[in-house]
Write a new protein. Structure first.
Length: 329
């Protein structure tokens, strides 16, 4: 049995205090390594705790959907920040001391770290995860493609432009790893592209409320693509539930397939570390014969999937008050 262990770091943040988040992140990485983790996974935008430089009254949990934000009249006398100021002076480059600190830590611990941060970028920042291998090298960087365009917080960011997969050196040998972030999970194409690029494990930093319906998306992405999926979310009421699934839904025993639950681990809502251990040998063997994945796809019939056209009832207005134009983002 070739076991790979991912530590799901379900944390409460220090808001946008990057020094506090760096110190706490290091503490939990050290704990994860002591628990036997091969990879430590942070929730989304860890360096700033998913907290813009300016927030407005009543929106201390900014990832929540617009239906849960305070009514406009509650903020009538509050001066709202300009969109370009929401993330002012918080974005960091890949050569920032925050990143370098965790690269050194990964090298010291001999453990890979999936580090999330607000990345400095031409124009507006990006919502980014970089996978640091156990030697401290950045082997993958991915910026969130499916930003929450209805949110004034995320609509100001620059979306990513591609899904990437890397070969991660682990104590269990090389492993193909991809990443997507939070809302990316809601689009089957995200995980499907990662599978087509060879991913065996998909890491998902997250910052959102999670209920059984949204959790089911992670289960389905793992099963339909024959990949392992690991997600880390922030702790807190309505949030939490960091989760991992393997894809082995119908293992064969004695020549007969029988259904099994693919859940590996699910956290509650409190802060802590959950370990997700994946049997790589079993997953790889399952991928050689199961009917999901890429075996029977018919891509020549899927042309409409690349159409930019949007018709009712799916026309939406973005946080800027304009109809969402997917071709511009």
């Amino acid at each position: 049995m070739n076991q790979l262990t991912v530590a799901l770091l379900q944390l409460t943040s220090g808001g946008n205090d990057q020094d506090a988040n760096k110190a706490k992140g290091e503490l939990f990485c050290r704990r994860a390594q002591a628990m036997g983790a091969d990879i430590a996974l942070f929730p989304e935008l860890w360096n700033v705790g998913y907290t813009p430089a300016h927030t407005w009254q009543g929106t201390d949990e900014l990832w929540r959907g617009p239906e849960l934000w305070p009514p406009e009249e509650a903020n009538a006398n509050v001066v709202q920040p300009q969109s370009e100021d929401l993330w002012a002076d918080q974005a960091i480059g890949r050569d920032d001391p925050f990143i370098l600190h965790f690269r050194d830590l990964a090298r010291e611990l001999g453990m890979a770290i999936a580090l999330t941060y607000l990345e400095k970028w031409n124009g507006a920042p990006r919502d980014t995860v970089s996978l640091l291998d156990r030697h401290g090298e950045i082997v993958l960087t991915y910026a969130k493609i499916h930003l929450c365009e209805w949110s004034p917080v995320e609509a100001t960011l620059t979306p990513g432009d591609d899904f990437s997969v890397c070969t991660l050196d682990t104590a269990q040998g090389p492993l193909k790893v991809g990443a997507m972030i939070c809302y990316d999970r809601g689009f089957p194409e995200s995980a499907r592209i990662l599978m087509l690029k060879g991913a065996e494990l998909i890491l998902v930093p997250n910052a959102s409320d999670l209920d059984p319906l949204h959790l089911a998306q992670f289960r389905v992405r793992a099963y339909e693509n024959l990949v392992a999926v690991a997600m880390a979310n922030y702790a807190g009421p309505g949030a939490g539930h960091s989760v991992a699934y393997d894809p082995i839904g119908f293992p064969v025993h004695g020549g007969k397939a029988s259904w099994r639950d693919t859940l590996v681990v699910e956290a509650g809502e409190r802060e802590g570390i959950s370990l997700a251990s994946f049997d790589l040998d079993a997953i790889r063997a399952y991928r050689t014969y199961e009917t999901e994945g890429n075996a029977f796809r018919k891509p020549h019939r899927y042309g409409l999937l690349t159409s930019p056209d949007v018709a009712e009832p799916f026309v939406r207005v973005s946080a800027t008050g304009e109809p969402f134009n997917r071709t511009k983002r």
